[in-house]
Write a protein that binds this ligand. Structure first.
Ligand code: CP
Length: 307
């Protein structure tokens, strides 16, 4: 079983069956990990490189662990200490990795489309670990994996996403992926933090109280101040007054609703600290599931294929 494609660039490119295949293989990987096994031979003789032009804790670390647990050789390029600082282009950096016999490049970049450009120009397989405001496919896959594990199904699932949708590649990938799997996505945010084409993406927009009331899952997002060109909100405190997920808001939701956040969190801004640590929060499980999902992606992309 493999994905039959060279790269994983976004959920836009994957069909429903491919997404389900990744989630199913991730479930197998999770079973292996839950038995305490931290070394299987699936990626023996494969070389994986992480190339991150933006900061990361969860994604980079879980890809690194996923590669190591699958017996790949895993290396990290610290872009701030690399020849990128001497002016080397993305494509030349990629061709250098090809010359170093790299099988998989995992890239995070501040420009939307950078992984697509790299993938077109190098022999190594490319995995998008987040590109600008475009997509973060493996985050959405681990989010969907966590939802399916918790609720048992994705078809008909009611997922509410709160916050900075406009700048969130996580929201974008989740909307695309959840739609393909038959879930119903509702968004709530100040108008200035919603993309102009939101209805075309297949999500409905509702005020906060209506959006949370019937949700199976509520996902809170970080305010991405680093991607905001001008003041789209009066202040983070003001934003928090109207859009923070707090106990008061949660009292209007179902008792069995799950709380998710892709991280990193700004406690007390988009999500109260109490809710982040509450029994309804599955935030740490999302992180744990990220390793199994990334093992599945690495395995399905590289299995049986030549570089
Ligand atoms: N969710 C996410 O992408 O986290 P990191 O920025 O820590 O990788």
């Amino acid at each position: 079983m493999n994905l039959g494609r060279k790269d994983l660039l976004g959920l836009k490119e994957l069909d429903k069956e491919e997404i389900i295949k990744i989630l199913d293989v991730a479930a197998e990987m999770k079973k292996i990990l839950s038995q305490g096994v931290k070394r299987v031979p699936h990626l023996q003789n494969k070389s994986v490189v992480t190339l991150f032009y933006e900061n990361s804790t969860r994604t980079r670390m879980s890809f690194e662990l996923a590669g190591k647990f699958l017996s790949a050789s895993v290396s990290n390029i610290a872009v701030s200490n690399s020849s990128v600082q001497k002016g080397e282009s993305l494509i030349d950096t990629g061709k250098t990795l090809d010359a170093l016999m790299t099988d998989v490049v995992i890239i995070r970049h501040y420009c939307s489309g950078a992984p697509h450009l790299l993938a077109k120009n190098i022999k190594a397989r490319v995995i998008n670990a987040g590109d600008g405001m475009n997509e973060h496919p493996t985050q959405a896959l681990l989010d969907m994996f966590t939802m399916r594990e918790k609720v048992g199904h994705l078809k008909g699932l009611k997922v509410t996403i709160i916050g900075d949708i406009k700048h969130s590649r996580v929201a974008r990938s989740n909307i695309i992926g959840l739609n393909k799997l038959g879930a119903q996505v509702t968004l709530t945010a100040p108008k200035t933090l919603l993309p102009y084409d939101i209805e075309r993406m297949g999500a409905q927009v509702k005020p906060l109280n209506e959006a949370v009331k019937d949700a199976d899952v509520i996902m809170s997002l970080r305010m991405q101040m680093e991607r905001q060109l001008s003041g789209l909100i009066p202040s983070r405190k003001e934003y928090g007054r109207f859009y923070a997920l707090t106990e008061d808001v949660l009292n209007t939701a179902r008792k069995d609703v799950y709380i998710m956040h892709p991280g990193p969190m700004n406690r007390g801004i988009e999500l109260s600290s109490e809710l982040a640590d509450s029994p309804q929060s599955v935030i740490n499980e999302q992180v744990t599931n990220g390793v199994a999902v990334r093992m599945a992606v690495l395995f399905l992309l590289t299995r049986g294929g030549k570089r």
